[in-house]
Design a protein around this ligand. Structure first.
Ligand code: NAD
Length: 253
């Protein structure tokens, strides 16, 4: 309710170092469905989870072909930043933002104007591809052009290996430097703000416990309950597009 919004806004206003963790729920207003929400891709079609599993992707060419077919028409290519992304740009302008940790792969924080130096992409980006054999990265647009031209499972142009989006699938480890940077930002924060995430994916969700253990206040903004709600100082149940602008409105520079 309004009192909780005011309490959370006050925590942000008094903080000097805010670390933010975002998930798919900051991008649903931009037309990109989440995975686990009521309208989520996996809620509606549990079999789709296989497409995001490294082992299936490597072992089964049909998983790769289906993955490229879906990738080619994905709403992420048309998506524009929404009010939640913009609110986090305003939070940065106030001088309090230590890091913007995101589980999203859509680059909408950067598109909104968040400085790339502060955005930590825990699960990578869909705007590049990475070869699973030689590690070479290339713009996603190059591969999608090959898919549009009829290649159903385009191999790496350099070594012939299997190409995948430069995102973290199930069964794939996060980049060690990236997760270290995220953990440091959690430990150094006075406030950890988690927004639009089910907090069900590890190690990403673990930054909430780390921040709390190091003495940070935890603010959770999400449409549904999360496993960390009882660790939080304030839980706001509702839309990120409505709530984040309200939280940040009271924070000045
Ligand atoms: P998730 O799908 O597990 O959880 C999203 C949460 O956001 C849900 O609890 C849902 O109820 C909530 N939510 C949805 N819309 C909301 C809104 N407008 N306001 C408030 N809450 C809202 O997503 P996750 O926790 O981010 O993790 C899933 C994984 O899926 C991540 O690893 C991420 O890489 C990937 N993913 C990314 C995108 C993207 O880049 N936009 C989209 C889907 C999934």
């Amino acid at each position: 309710d309004d009192a909780d919004v005011a309490r959370a806004a006050d925590l942000l206003a008094r903080a000097q170092r805010v670390t933010v963790l975002t998930g798919a729920g900051v991008s649903t207003d931009s037309g990109i469905p989440d995975f686990r929400g009521p309208q989520g891709v996996w809620t509606r079609n549990p079999a789709a989870e296989r497409l995001s599993t490294l082992q299936a992707y490597v072992a089964d060419p049909e998983v790769r072909r289906e993955s490229w077919r879906q990738r080619a028409v994905h709403p992420v290519w048309e998506a524009r930043p929404g009010p939640a992304h913009k609110a986090l740009v305003d939070l940065e302008r106030s001088g309090r933002l230590l890091a913007l940790l995101t589980q999203n792969i859509d680059e909408l924080h950067q598109a909104a104007g968040s400085s790339p130096d502060l955005v930590v992409e825990l699960h990578g980006t869909v705007h590049h591809t990475q070869c699973l054999s030689c590690g070479a990265r290339a713009p996603m647009a190059e591969t999608l052009a090959r898919v549009a031209a009829g290649e159903e499972d385009p191999p790496c142009a350099l070594c012939g290996g299997i190409l995948k989006s430069a995102t973290i699938s199930f069964g794939q480890e996060l980049d060690a430097g990236v997760i270290m940077r995220a953990r440091r930002a959690a430990v150094e924060a006075d406030v950890l703000l988690a927004a639009g995430t089910s907090l069900g994916v590890h190690p990403a969700a673990g930054v909430v416990d780390l921040a709390a253990a190091a003495g940070a206040a935890v603010v959770i903004v999400n449409a549904e309950p999360t496993p960390y709600d009882d660790v939080a100082t304030v839980v706001l149940r509702g839309g990120t597009g409505e709530l984040l602008p309200r939280l940040v409105a009271g924070v000045d520079g």
